[in-house]
Design a protein around this ligand. Structure first.
Ligand code: GDP
Ligand code: IMO
Ligand code: MG
Length: 418
């Protein structure tokens, strides 16, 4: 089983961190291929809660090499803070983190631009969109450029001038930027020893038949091409992002796990057909502790959207699903699932026919009786209550993909294998 990938099937925060962590035993390499510090991946181990932003969740497993791939946009300040906190928590990261030469770099200017312009989308304000824009305009800076800090200093000053001229940065906040730039240059210097030929490392690992785990950030519906544009992130969380973001041939990915919550959430703006703007939505938020791991924002909550999930499964070719947070539905008398949508009273043919006009669709729901008992202590899938089994079977049928793992709590041990 040389290459396994874990991809978020919805709008992010599906529990990828937990699933990646549970798969790390026996892994040699864990690699991120896209995104940056906009991600917040939570791993709970007994009394400790780790929230990973840029470092792959594999870092919590001794001996695993962690790669930050070429498709990422990396913030050196946030990266060094993350590494420092991991070290403080007793995780030895020495020699275990490799940063791709070609990864692009998020500077304080990008973050200032995101603070000034990211409001409409409700971005995480981590500078992601502006850094990917500079990459696409071919004037971004790459990790390898950090070896020449003089060049970086000049880039930052030139970029700042242009941003102010074009009104991309709020000029009343320029005072705050000076200390941010100083911290950036210090952190950039500390990041240089992490630079590595990650493509060569991965190729070497593949040739030696080592086990490689790929960790997606965000989710399918936030993909810049295949998601709910413009309310998306600026990278490719979908499967195609893996080959371009890491240099791994797609045919080598033999296990492709889509992670889906047993209901749906979304942070930030954009259409969300099954959103519950009522007491039931609040109940999901409170029971599921649905608050952002990166920004602390309350997540919008709603029922499982099988029309969107089917689309996610088709375009990625998931070989299996990991269904998370099933325990959050424990007390619900009835659980709804959107099987499809109506658009102006007509049943739609598929998600992709309405993806560009999603705010106009009406979900078609079916209702399932809840199980109304606690799942969190179960130790095998056979012990699941009948109604929970039926709910899982129905999601399998609606998505067309086998659900092989069911997560019933945030802890490492709370995963049932089917
Ligand atoms: P990620 O970004 O996909 O890694 O997900 P996040 O970490 O942002 O959000 C998932 C949240 O749900 C985290 O707080 C996890 O600890 C928690 N979690 C993961 N799986 C389960 C589960 O099966 N049940 C419950 N109750 N919580 C879970
Ligand atoms: P993980 O990896 C959930 C959302 C933001 C916003 C949009 C664009 O933890 O699942 P960006 O800062 O990327 O330009 O914001 O994408 N978003 C996420 N939502 N989970 C994430 O990551 C997200 N990363 C970005 O809320 O709507
Ligand atoms: Mg998250």
């Amino acid at each position: 089983m040389p290459v396994t990938a874990v991809i978020g099937g919805q709008w992010g925060d599906e529990g990828k961190g937990k699933i990646v962590d549970s798969l790390c035993d026996g892994m040699d390499v864990v690699a991120r291929y896209q995104g940056g510090a906009n991600a917040g991946h939570t791993v709970k181990i007994n009394d400790d809660t780790f929230i990973l932003h840029q470092v792959p969740s594999g870092i919590l497993h001794e001996g695993v090499t962690c790669i930050l791939g070429s498709g990422m946009v990396v913030d050196p300040v946030a990266l060094m803070d993350e590494i420092d906190s991991l070290e403080q928590l007793g995780i030895d990261t020495t020699g275990r983190i490799q940063l791709a030469y070609n990864a692009h770099i998020v500077t304080p200017i990008h973050k200032a631009m995101d603070r000034a312009t990211g409001g409409v989308i409700g971005t995480t304000q981590r500078g992601i969109g502006p850094a990917y824009s500079d990459k696409a305009r071919r004037w971004g800076i790459r990790a390898v450029d950090l070896r020449d800090l003089k060049k970086i200093g000049k880039f930052i000053l030139d970029r700042l001038k242009i941003s102010v001229q074009q009104g991309e940065v709020d000029s009343s906040t320029l005072g705050e930027l000076k200390p941010e730039i100083e911290s950036f240059l210090l952190a950039a210097n500390r990041v240089v020893p992490l630079l590595d030929d990650t493509i060569g490392s991965l190729q070497g690992a593949l040739t030696a038949k080592k086990n490689v785990l790929i960790e997606g950030a965000q989710g399918v519906l936030l993909d810049i091409d295949l998601g709910t544009y413009p309310y998306v992130t600026s990278s490719h969380p979908t499967v195609g992002g893996i080959s371009s973001g890491l240099g791994i041939p797609s045919q080598l990915i033999d296990r492709l796990i889509g992670v889906f919550k047993a209901y749906a959430t979304r942070v930030g703006a954009g259409p969300f057909p099954t959103e519950l703007d009522d007491k039931t939505g609040e109940r999901l938020r409170e029971t599921g502790a649905e608050y952002g791991a990166t920004t602390g924002r309350p997540r919008r909550c709603g029922w499982f959207d099988a029309a969107a999930a089917r689309y996610a499964c088709q375009i990625n070719g998931f070989t299996e699903i990991a269904l998370t947070k099933l325990d959050v539905l424990d007390d619900f008398e009835t659980i709804r699932v959107a099987t499809n949508y109506h658009l102006q009273k007509d049943k739609v043919a598929s998600f992709s026919t309405v993806a560009h006009t999603l705010e106009l669709v009406e979900p078609i729901y079916e209702e399932h009786p809840g199980w109304q008992s606690s799942l969190s202590q179960l130790t095998s899938a056979g012990q699941l209550p009948e109604n929970a089994k039926k709910y899982i079977d129905r999601l399998e049928e609606l998505t067309g993909v086998p659900i092989k793992q069911v997560s019933i709590g945030a802890e490492r041990t709370q995963t049932l294998i089917r």
